[in-house]
Design a binder for this molecule. Structure first.
Ligand SMILES: Nc1ncnc2c1ncn2[C@@H]1O[C@H](COP(=O)(O)OP(=O)(O)O)[C@@H](O)[C@H]1O
Ligand SMILES: [Mg+2]
Length: 254
């Protein structure tokens, strides 16, 4: 599934944790400004594949990777590529929201300060813009100095999304971003995903097939480290071509 116009693509990607192979020749391309969902039973390699896209696996001892990971056609594991630069262009949201134990404002300003932006007025513009994009501004605009840890779980997750957006990434990776949240907070995150895809390419891991069906344009089904099937979400869920996919989406295992 090599594709010149892909935003992100892996080609024959293999990953080993020590001697255990967790990804087996995965070739998959993600199109710009689409939402791509990764589904499959626990342990099938979804998070592992996602972490390859912003070079987070290489921080795990004993990991070896071969094959290609291309961002805008450039191999991000190439010698001249800086991992920090890659992670600036590709934001990541985790299952468990992880705000810093600081104010709401500082959580978002932090990345800007690292880039040398320190004037309060400049920071404020970015903080407001990011919180608006993450659909959190109206709820927190009067309490920006309050600790981020005082927010609800759903608000904390949207704060983490705002923090990721502040550095203007072109891709957002989300690893089960709503699986720890109540239904109302989950639907806010899903609405947000649909809005953000106007400006970002989004890859979301979810164990919730209804969620994949609601938010994604394309769905990839993984099983035991292999990409079994990939295609338009409505087709994959209604007329899968592989027996394994059908068994999974109809709840025969998983
Ligand atoms: N840091 C790690 N060290 C060793 N094995 C790992 C590590 N992370 C994941 N694995 C293994 O790799 C496989 C894929 O895991 P993972 O990508 O987390 O699956 P998923 O996200 O689909 O549940 C599993 O067998 C898991 O046990
Ligand atoms: Mg996972």
């Amino acid at each position: 599934m090599n594709n010149e116009s892909a935003k992100i693509e892996t080609r024959d990607l293999n990953l080993f944790y020590g001697t255990t192979q967790a990804l087996k020749s995965v070739s998959l391309s993600v199109q710009e400004r689409e939402v791509t969902a990764l589904i499959g039973p626990s342990g099938c390699g979804k998070s592992t594949w996602l972490r390859c896209l912003n070079r987070m696996n290489e921080m795990i001892p004993g990991v070896s990777i071969n094959g290609g990971v291309l961002l805008d056609g450039v191999d991000i594991y190439g010698k001249s590529v800086d991992a920090v630069e890659v992670r600036k262009r590709i934001g990541m949201i985790f299952q468990k929201s992880n705000p810093f134990p600081q104010s709401i404002f500082e959580n978002i300003a932090y990345g800007m300060r690292l880039q040398g932006i320190n004037k309060h007025a400049d920071l404020h513009v970015i903080v407001e813009r990011s919180l608006r994009r993450a659909a959190l501004w109206d709820e927190v605009k009067d309490v920006l100095k309050k600790s981020a840890l005082a927010l609800s779980g759903g608000q904390q997750q949207r704060l983490c999304i705002a923090r990721a957006l502040a550095v203007e990434p072109s891709v957002l990776l989300m690893d089960e971003p709503a699986s720890a949240l109540d239904p109302l907070s989950t639907s806010k995150i899903e609405d947000l995903i649909c809005e953000l895809k106007e400006s970002c390419t989004i890859v979301i891991v979810t164990h919730n097939m209804q969620q994949a069906a609601r938010v994604s344009d394309k769905t990839a089904f993984f099983f035991e480290g292999e990409l079994i099937e990939f295609g338009a979400t409505d087709i994959l869920f209604t007329a899968p071509t592989k027996r394994k996919t059908e068994d999974y989406i109809t709840g025969r295992f998983g």
